[in-house]
Every structure is written in structure tokens, then in C-alpha cells.
Design a protein around this ligand. Structure first.
Ligand SMILES: NC(=O)c1ccc[n+]([C@@H]2O[C@H](COP(=O)([O-])OP(=O)(O)OC[C@H]3O[C@@H](n4cnc5c(N)ncnc54)[C@H](O)[C@@H]3O)[C@@H](O)[C@H]2O)c1
Length: 298
């Protein structure tokens, strides 16, 4: 029996019908929380609720797209109406619309922004209002991605929202500290239909779905495991044990756990009276070029 327990707590998980969100909802419920299971797909949301109930847990489904404030309000209302309180929000729902910049349509951009960024904003805001009113603190977990940390070819929309979500968590950690509400970003990696869209992992995903064990090399070197491998970090961040942890970006996948730094100043130069393009060029080559940052997966 783990010392980390969520007995008596109530959590919302968005996009919880499959993959990572499903694993989070099931793990939170197994740790003792009652869970509001959100997804746009009714069948999968209801199936997760049934799975939790069959295991002796408590869950209720809310089928609606995150993005609009009305959905956020409905999720918070479901937590309070069904279970009397709200302790944790896991804003996990997400979509991909990958295209290189010159082929990316406005609709591809807007859907990704609406789902991830607006969806996390509206749910986070509604949760913060309810948690402040409750007066017992709370937990908000936003979901980043390596794409947001490093940039990712073909993912203008996705990389931008995921970087934005880490900045949002760090901002909320400042704004919500007095209320005892923590805000952290999890940067997960796991085999899911989303990872299967990456050509290098399509075959591994198929083998995983067929029931094959994930090779140690992928679990260790690529931080790629099952969705269930990510869930313990979500449980910990939703629990009392992490009350002093806020404003962090923490990566998890397979066998790897990572603490990400803030973007940090690697080097600094001064030019009395201000800089000229020529002086910048000289300093770039003489001092900064060796530290130039590499974009893409690290
Ligand atoms: N799989 C990975 O390795 C990985 C890596 C980095 C980040 N992430 C992030 O983790 C989250 C979950 O990823 P996944 O791999 O489980 O994805 P997935 O596509 O397997 O599952 C996403 C779920 O969200 C639901 N959904 C989509 N739009 C929604 C909306 N507007 N409202 C409510 N539900 C909605 C879908 O129906 C689906 O059930 C996403 O935010 C994703 O960006 C995943």
C-alpha cells in the first residue's frame, strides 16, 4: 500500500477516454480519488467510467469538447455536484494537426490552440475559482511535450501550445501560491496513437498494441513506455505529498524521470553604449557560436 493516497479527493481528467488520460483516470481512482472523466468520445469516456467502477472506484463521465468556458464549468460542476468538492485538475485533452509551416492551414492551427491552450486555460480558470472558494488548496497539472521544450519539425501549432502550457503552469504557480494551489507541467512520452504518427515509432507502437514487451532500449534511451508508466507522476502531483512542488516542468516516460530547467541565459556580453549589427556579429562568432542551441528532439 503506497503512502501516497488520494482518499477523499476529487479529480478532473480531460481527454480521459483513451491512452494517457485513461491511464491517469484509472491510476487516480485506484489511489482513492473520485474522477470526472472527460472526453469528446462518449463511448470511450463511458468505458473508462465502467472500468473504474468495476475496480471498486468512483467516476462520472462528462462528454464535451474542452476549449469553451461552458465545458470547463460543466466539468467543475460535475465534480462538485457528484462528489462535493474539487482537488485536482489534470488538463490532458489534446489533438495533433501536423503540417510544415507553409502547408499549415488556419483550421489546423486554431483547433490545436483551442484544444490544448484554450482548453487548459478555461479548465484551469474554472478549477482555480472553485479551489479558491473551497479554501483547501488544490492541484493543477498541465501537459507539455518534448515538442514544446525543443521545437519539432512539422508541429508549429503543437510545439507553440506545449511551450505555452509550461509558461502557463509557471505563471499560475505564482498567482495561486497564496491559495495553496500548485500548478505544474508534466512532459510525458508514451506509446499511444499520437506517438504512432511519428514514423520512427509506428512499428514499435504496433508491436506494443499486439502485446509485446517494450524493449529496454526504448524505455531507457527514448523514455518510451506505456501510458501507465506516466501515471505515477500524475498521482504524486495530485497528492498531499507534492504540496511544496509548484511551477515545475517534469518529464516522465518509460524508465526515465526528468526535471526541466527554465530557459536559461547561457552566456552574456556587454557593449558600452549599446550594440551594432557588426559588434553582434563579432561577439556571436567569438563568444556565443559554440553555445548555439540545437532545435529538435534531444
Ligand atoms: N503520447 C505521447 O507520447 C505524448 C507526448 C507528449 C505529450 N502528450 C500529450 O498528452 C496528452 C494525451 O496524449 P495521448 O497520446 O494520450 O493522445 P490520444 O490522442 O491517444 O488521446 C487524446 C484524447 O483526448 C480526447 N480529446 C481530443 N480533443 C478533445 C477535446 N477538445 N475535449 C476533450 N477530449 C478531447 C480524444 O478523444 C482522446 O481520447 C495530449 O495533451 C498530448 O499532447 C503525449
Amino acid at each position: 500500500m503506497s503512502a501516497v493516497t488520494l482518499d477523499g479527493r476529487v479529480a478532473i481528467v480531460t481527454g480521459a477516454g483513451r491512452s494517457l488520460g485513461r491511464a491517469y483516470a484509472i491510476a487516480l481512482a485506484a489511489a482513492g480519488a473520485a474522477v470526472v472523466v472527460n472526453d469528446v468520445d462518449a463511448d470511450s469516456a463511458n468505458a473508462v467510467v465502467a472500468e473504474i467502477e468495476e475496480a471498486g472506484g468512483r467516476a462520472t463521465a462528462v462528454v464535451a469538447p474542452v476549449g469553451p468556458a461552458e465545458t470547463a464549468d460543466a466539468l467543475v460542476a460535475a465534480a462538485i455536484d457528484s462528489y462535493g468538492r474539487l482537488d485536482a485538475l489534470i488538463a490532458n485533452a489534446g489533438v495533433l494537426r501536423d503540417r510544415v509551416l507553409w502547408k499549415m492551414g488556419d483550421d489546423d492551427f486554431d483547433l490545436v490552440v483551442d484544444t490544448h491552450l484554450r482548453g487548459s486555460f478555461t479548465c484551469g480558470r474554472a478549477a482555480a475559482v472553485a479551489m479558491k472558494e473551497q479554501g483547501e488548496g488544490g492541484r493543477i497539472v498541465l501537459i507539455g511535450s518534448p515538442a514544446g521544450q525543443f521545437g519539432s519539425f512539422g508541429q508549429t501549432n503543437y510545439a507553440a501550445v506545449k511551450a505555452g502550457l509550461v509558461a502557463m503552469a509557471r505563471t499560475w504557480s505564482l498567482e495561486l501560491a497564496r491559495a495553496g494551489i500548485t500548478a505544474n507541467a508534466v512532459v510525458p512520452t508514451a506509446l499511444s496513437p499520437m506517438t504512432a504518427t511519428i514514423p520512427a515509432y509506428t512499428e514499435l507502437y504496433e508491436r506494443f498494441v499486439a502485446g509485446e514487451e517494450i524493449p529496454h532500449e526504448f524505455r531507457h534511451d527514448h523514455a518510451l513506455g506505456s501510458p501507465e508508466d506516466v501515471a505515477p507522476l500524475i498521482v504524486w502531483l495530485a497528492s498531499e505529498a507534492s504540496a511544496d512542488v509548484t511551477g515545475q516542468a517534469i518529464g516522465i516516460g518509460g524508465d526515465r524521470l526528468t526535471l526541466y530547467a527554465h530557459p536559461t541565459a547561457l552566456d552574456t556580453a556587454y557593449h558600452d553604449g549599446g550594440w551594432t549589427p557588426d559588434a553582434i556579429d563579432e561577439t556571436w562568432r567569438a563568444q556565443f557560436a559554440d553555445n548555439a542551441q540545437i532545435s529538435g528532439p534531444q
